[in-house]
Ligand binder design. Structure first.
Ligand code: PMP
Length: 428
């Protein structure tokens, strides 16, 4: 029974691996943006930023089954899918970013990106943002400063990590979309310290839309300014597109387009595999080849025939089903519905984000912006009762993490707004 299995999980699945909710539903099936538990109860999955196409997409299921039944091996062998998928990714990336590494997760992609910056520049120091999350592997974890994910984050950084102020235009030290210059001053000061100490700069890593802070747009001109300053010192700029890339923003396929910049290295994962472990690094040839100084690169499952077929099919379905456009249209509708709730419910301090990458930030008071952390947890619990899977994000865990499958139907967006309205009107 479900409670015995939950006890078993809690006993055997090592403790640092948390689950959503104290008493989570035991889910056994998914379809589009819906999940079903053992009793057949249906939930709207608004949080799952991995399932781009929706759960159990039949085309993906068929493609995986067919490839598995014929061949799966590693990328030292030559087969069509590895060539085709690498070419598709290179074609999706801006001109000049034409070399592709295939790995299995976002953490691995970011770890490799940092290693590429180290190898290419022969320097070690990295700039990153406070409040960021880039992964759990040694290097990607080092540049992950989110205290929500790791309360010790700021005391356990290796000395090559140099975090700059979180450019959080809602609650950071400088506010509003035009605060870029103030945040850039902080970046310049950090870079000067690195220069003065003669440390040398390997690069800068950031999400082009600030996912971990709740889907907040970076200030205007911020990335252009940082990229310039970093490049002047010979450093490389890494765009972590693990969450924001692949059409989720609706208006743009890549997050960096929203800042009008072109990175030196792009990292992707999550949605590109629709739940299948898949990650990639796309960069310029000379950067990719700098890794040869250290030897070769090999990942046993990265770029396997099955992974490549998954990646190709996900891109085909995004295109054939107009999922980026759906993220744009349904995302706008959803955001408008959420903003409309703000008049009645002062607890909503802001609605962040674009496309199907939104965050509703709860505050006790719109002046002081005191985070409504406990309220956000209670709202998520109530939403579960109302049939919606939702979780908090942000350093204060006071932002609803709205990242549903890109196939989200307009009725599902309305259902979510209604459920949130009910929770707020009832006092959760
Ligand atoms: N970068 C970002 C922005 C992420 O959100 C995540 C995962 N939450 C990662 C990297 C790490 O990806 P993975 O869990 O696939 O290792």
């Amino acid at each position: 029974d479900a409670s015995a299995l939950l006890s078993l999980r809690n006993a055997r699945f090592a403790k640092p691996q948390k689950h959503y909710y104290d008493t989570p539903p035991q889910i056994e099936r998914g379809w589009r943006e819906f999940l079903f538990d053992m009793q057949g109860r249906c939930y709207l999955d608004m949080v799952n930023n991995v399932t781009t196409l929706g759960h159990a997409h039949p085309r993906l299921t068929a493609a995986i089954a067919q490839q598995w039944s014929r061949l799966n091996t590693n990328s030292r062998f030559h087969y069509a899918a590895v060539a085709e998928f690498s070419e598709r990714l290179a074609m999706l990336a801006p001109d000049g970013l034409d070399s592709v590494f295939l790995v299995n997760s976002g953490s691995e992609a970011n770890d490799l990106a940092i290693r590429l910056a180290w190898a290419h520049t022969a320097k070690r120091n990295m700039l990153c943002l406070l409040e960021a999350y880039h992964g759990w592997t040694v290097a990607s974890d080092a540049v992950s400063t989110s205290i929500a994910d790791n309360p010790q984050a700021l005391t356990t950084r290796p000395d090559w990590v140099h975090p700059v102020l979180s450019p959080n235009t809602y609650r950071g030290p400088f506010r509003g979309p035009d605060s870029g210059i103030d945040y850039l001053n902080d970046v310049t000061a950090k870079l000067q310290t690195i220069d003065e100490r003669g440390l040398g700069l390997a690069g800068f890593i950031a999400e082009p839309v600030y996912g971990n802070a709740g889907g907040i747009a970076l200030p205007h001109g911020y990335l252009a300014g940082v990229y310039d300053a970093v490049r002047q010192r010979g450093g490389l700029c890494i765009a972590d597109e693990v969450q924001v890339g692949y059409g989720r923003l609706g208006e743009h396929f890549w997050g960096f387009e929203s800042q009008g910049v072109v990175p030196d290295i792009i990292t992707i994962a999550k949605g590109m595999g629709n739940g299948h472990p898949l990650g990639a690094v796309i960069t310029r040839r000379e950067i990719a080849e700098s890794l040869e100084k250290e030897g070769y690169f090999f990942s046993s499952a990265g770029g396997s025939p099955v992974s490549c077929v998954v990646g190709l099919t996900v891109l085909d379905v995004i295109k054939d089903e107009n999922l980026q456009e759906n993220a744009h249209v349904v995302g706008d509708q959803l955001k408008a519905g959420l903003i409309a709730l703000m008049d009645r419910f002062p607890l909503i301090g802001a609605v962040h984000g674009t496309g199907l990458y939104l965050g509703v930030e709860f505050v006790r008071d719109r002046e002081s912006l005191t985070p409504a952390t406990e309220e956000t947890a209670a709202i998520c619990e109530r939403l579960l009762d109302l049939g919606v899977i939702m979780q908090p994000t942000g350093d204060h865990l006071n932002v609803l993490k709205i990242k549903p499958p890109l196939c989200l139907a307009p009725e599902s967006a309305d259902f979510f707004v209604k459920a949130l309205e009910t929770a707020l009107a009832d006092g959760f």
